[in-house]
Design a protein around this ligand. Structure first.
Ligand code: MF3
Ligand code: CO
Length: 250
């Protein structure tokens, strides 16, 4: 299970795709509002990528039928876009992968629709901060367990659980590469981080129990207890100069 280390040239390639993903998320952050459907969001994302010379790489990946995953409220991830209008107070995670010249970049973001209550706000802020904490640990000399530990600690101190059924991953010419990046763990354990690793960190936090199930569509993951879930994901390169967020919003 070899990890493919990337050269500076490769990382530049992934960053090209990452810039499009980031710009697309930024555009979505201004568009997502009550009444918008996830189908409309999906079409917007697909158009946005194609217009910029990128391919929406989730479409067709292992048979997944859409450009985006759109996961509303208690949907944990891999939700199908549909014609249901989003309502004020909902949250939706939009996950997307762009491919430019074969290089992939992957980022998910949870958006609040209109106003949300304080508890939901806290879930979103904590999940985003857990991602930030994880990224800070993505430095040479550390191990994967340091990333997982940082994410898990942030989540649990705020009273949330990490959904451990899903993990981050290596990223490059393929959507999913080695290593698997767990969002829980023990400091100093797991694979050593090396220069040229490109990984995603993508914690999913829930306000309830972390148990999930897959619905009959074969993709949509929901919490068993119906508690809401939030996810923030970046594609990150590990370099001598520290972690570089390749999907950072500009
Ligand atoms: N972007 C997702 C991830 O973070 C990929 C989901 S698989 C798909 O790993 F088929 F839904 F695209
Ligand atoms: Co991912």
């Amino acid at each position: 299970m070899a990890v493919e280390l990337k050269t500076k040239e490769h990382i530049r390639g992934i960053r090209k795709a990452g810039r499009i993903v980031a710009a697309c998320h930024k555009a979505l952050s201004k568009r997502i509002a009550p009444g918008v459907t996830t189908q409309e969001i999906d079409r917007f994302v697909e158009r946005f990528m194609l217009d910029r010379g990128a391919i929406p790489a989730q479409k067709g990946y292992k048979g997944y039928p859409f450009a985006t995953c759109a996961s509303v409220n208690e949907v944990v991830c891999h939700g199908f876009p549909d014609s249901e209008p989003l309502e004020a107070g909902d949250i939706v995670t939009i996950d997307m992968v762009a491919d430019v010249d074969g290089w992939k970049a992957d980022s998910a973001w949870t958006y609040a629709i209109g106003r949300t209550n304080n508890a939901v706000e806290k879930l979103l802020l904590t999940a985003e901060q857990a991602l930030v904490d994880g990224i800070k640990q993505a430095v040479l000399g550390n191990r994967l367990g340091d990333i997982g530990y940082a994410v898990q600690t942030r989540a649990e101190r705020a009273g949330f659980e990490v959904v451990t059924a899903f993990a981050g991953h290596g990223n490059g010419k393929s959507v999913h590469e080695f290593p698997e990046v767990l969002h829980s763990g023990i400091r100093g354990q797991g694979m050593k981080l090396e220069e040229g690793m490109v990984i995603t960190i993508e914690p999913i936090l829930t306000a309830g129990k972390a148990d999930v199930y897959i619905t009959t569509d074969g993709w949509t993951a929901r919490t068993r207890d119906g508690a809401w879930a939030a996810q923030f994901e970046h594609t990150v390169a590990i370099t001598k100069a520290g972690p570089i967020i390749l999907t950072r919003w500009e």
